[in-house]
Design a protein around this ligand. Structure first.
Ligand code: F6R
Length: 261
């Protein structure tokens, strides 16, 4: 079972994950991070940037792979995930830009962009720690309901619900691209440690289905149940639909001191 951690707020979640990432980098200076975009991971990137500065953590060898990218945004568009990852992750953390990759959403060559990305992840030795958010539709990456649990990086069509949710980053909902290129669920499951975060009541149904529902392509987040090392961090509002809430609190309160997340 995934370890479920109920945190008082986003900042505490960010601190816990930043601790785990700093430990990982100390053990493995060329660690491979799986990077999510959107609002959810921002507390991690903030906490991590602070730790790296305060403790002079050497991150020059750290590598990264973004989960997904829109297809067809003009090069340099500020909401392309290439630009977002540079702005919110590479620059504040001081990562080496050439070591951080984002799927190529350029329509020219899109037919082999998925396979190229998979090959790059394999060549890097796989992802050590994958950061994940979850959409209201239950998607992880941009694997919308119905995505194969064995899928690899490929082009997907976004649901209208996801396009509406992401319209906040664009001038109008119509400007949100219809297509994306995303790591598949099979790709995500190959990472060695999955860290899934959800904050706020709007995510409560999706995260409960992911953690406690049946494993099903209809609920892409439920694929985490197939993975041996998953940490789920939620605030009280996102935790409000869990049936086993009392047990999750009990297990966390009695967690052995030697065990990290
Ligand atoms: C982002 C991603 C998505 C988001 C999800 C939640 O790279 O793959 O799965 O994690 O849409 O988005 P936020 O965090 O903005 O609520």
């Amino acid at each position: 079972m995934a370890e479920i951690v109920i945190v008082p707020g986003e900042a505490e979640a960010g601190d816990l994950v930043a601790d785990a990432i700093v430990d990982l980098i100390h053990r493995k200076p060329d660690a491979v991070l799986g990077l999510a975009t959107g609002s959810t991971p921002l507390p991690i990137y903030r906490a991590l940037a602070q730790r790296i500065r305060d403790e002079s953590v050497d991150v020059r060898g750290v590598r990264g792979f973004a989960l997904d990218e829109y297809v067809g945004l003009p090069a340099g568009h500020p909401e392309s995930y290439r630009a977002v990852i540079r702005r919110e992750v590479v620059e504040p953390l001081g990562l080496t830009p050439e070591l951080v990759r984002v799927p190529n959403g350029d329509p020219a060559g899109i037919e082999h962009a998925g396979a190229d990305y998979e090959a790059a992840i394999v060549a890097a030795g796989g992802v050590d720690l994958q950061i994940l958010g979850i959409g209201r539709t239950g998607h992880i990456g941009f694997n919308e309901p119905g995505s194969s649990l064995a899928s690899l990086t490929r082009v997907k069509t976004l649901t209208e619900a996801t396009r509406l949710d992401n319209a906040r980053f664009f001038d109008s909902p119509d400007d949100v691209p219809m297509h994306c290129i995303t790591q598949g669920i099979g790709t995500i499951l190959r990472a060695r440690h999955l860290v899934l975060l959800a904050f706020g009541e709007a995510k409560a149904d999706a995260i409960a289905a992911a953690v406690e529902g049946a494993v099903s392509a209809a609920q892409p987040g439920s694929a985490i149940q197939l993975h041996p090392h998953v940490t789920v961090l939620v605030d009280e509002a996102a935790a409000s639909k869990f049936e086993n809430l009392a047990y999750y609190r009990h297990a966390w309160a009695n967690k052995p001191a030697w065990q990290g997340i």
